[in-house]
Design a protein around this ligand. Structure first.
Ligand code: C5P
Length: 232
């Protein structure tokens, strides 16, 4: 077994707006482990492609963009995630609904997924990794020591996303957001490659009506219950 394989991974998958990103960050911080926001990689492929004028039909060029992605993740003063693309801070641009829809389109292409695979695996470093996305537990880290599949009702997910955007001064109608979320869910769940489905051994966690603290506590309790410890 390689040293990397011995490093424990906690996979947190689920649909958009289920709270995976927030919960994954809280859990990683609580454990002092590394964090992989895999969705950001797909968002950045879409963003970089758009900037280079590459269309969604050009699979080969998109896979090239994914392979050459010059990305760096950092933490801002308020502990928020910072995303750098080609040394430009693109956190906001990567978080828009357009980038999300573009991500969902490029993510359906197997060559793009293949091009991002080794990059995602490289995040697995001691003492451990918390990885969030759609296929962390089913494909990228199928040997994860804990697989959580986070869900929430579509209404609650749309409301959360609405609040997030509103806090950032972005005005989008709740109805339009609900439609976007529904479309993205459908595309992510029905695609033939790496569809959004819980791993067979995943624990389903419903975050509807529960606070971030409460959901984080449930995951940390599972980690303690399973005796999961970091390496090194
Ligand atoms: O999680 P986030 O909303 O940032 O993901 C954006 C899109 O990227 C998703 O809708 C999905 O299509 C794609 N994605 C994926 N596999 C992952 C993470 C994200 O296909 N592991």
């Amino acid at each position: 077994m390689s040293r990397q394989q011995g490093v424990p991974v906690i996979a947190i998958d689920g649909p958009s707006g289920s709270g995976k990103g927030t919960i994954a960050r809280r859990v990683a911080n609580a454990l002092g482990w590394h964090l992989l926001d895999s969705g950001a990689l797909y968002r950045l492929v879409a963003l970089a492609a758009e900037r280079r004028g590459i269309g969604l039909a050009d699979t080969e060029a998109l896979a090239g963009v994914a392979a050459d992605l010059n990305v760096r993740f950092g933490t801002g003063a308020d502990q928020d995630e910072e995303i750098w693309l080609d040394d430009e801070l693109v956190t906001e641009a990567a978080r828009t609904e357009e980038a999300g829809a573009g991500a969902s389109a490029v993510a359906a292409l197997q060559p793009v997924r293949d091009a991002l695979l080794s990059r995602q695996k490289a995040f697995r470093r001691p003492p451990g990794l918390v990885a969030d996305g759609r296929d962390m537990g089913t494909q990228v880290f199928a040997d994860a020591v804990l697989k959580v599949f986070l869900v929430a009702t579509p209404e609650e997910r749309a409301k959360r996303r609405h609040k997030q955007l509103k806090d950032k001064g972005i005005d989008v109608s709740l109805a339009a957001l609900s439609r976007d979320i529904e479309n993205r869910d459908r595309r992510d769940s029905e695609r033939p490659v790496a569809p959004l489905v819980p791993a067979e051994d995943a624990r389903i966690l419903d975050s509807s009506g529960r606070s971030v603290d409460a959901v984080t506590k449930t995951v940390l309790d599972w980690i303690a219950e399973l005796g999961i410890a970091g390496q090194g």
